[in-house]
Design a protein. Sequence first.
Length: 241
Amino acid sequence: MAGHSKWKNIQHRKGAQDAKRGKIFQKLSKEIYKAAKDGGGDPETNAALRLAVDKAKANNMPNDNVDRAIKRATDAGQGDNFVEVMYEGYGPNGIAVLVEGLTDNLNRTSTNVKVAFNKNGGSLGEKGSVNYMFDRRGYIAIDREGLDVDEDTMLMSVLEAGGEELETSDEVFEIYTEPQDFTDVRDALTAAGYTLDQAELTMVPQTTVAVPEDKIQTFENMIDALEDDDDVSEVYHNAEI
């Protein structure tokens, strides 16, 4: 993973994500609903719900939307039955792609995901075909603009917070943690006065693959099609654009 910058891909996709704000809120509501349905409506005692709510807040989702999703999950008589799904496949040039989803209709979701791959130079793979190329990690990014902190000071802060790895560029500090340590590290860095520009549990590729220039648009069309699907929560890949 050394030398890999998740931040570059985040910034590359930021404009496209901003344009889909309403759709993102819809997906976040579904994640909050699922977490509250499974573990109760109190984020203090439901770690999955706390993560979902934190993710919603990081995306500037209004509190009313969060409260409605929790209330819908905890009110008696609600009939939604969402299940988590994972699809694995390949994009153009053999790029590994993982698709996480939350759906109440498996046939609909699997069909839509397959079409998104097939129409854009990709193909679905068998279970386990690309998952082994990724590691589940906690990821935190701190923008260095206006931040008067050198790398040594940040490294000490990360280690004291319980973080595992720090990668540094001129633009950003990128911190990686074990999944079980993520919330503690995030909270410790926040308490130390740092502003976190990105904080999430994610899938980090072990190696990356450069996308040929003539395949970039095709690949981005595939990612757009997957992210546009209401049942898709996250799309991970090992492309370096």
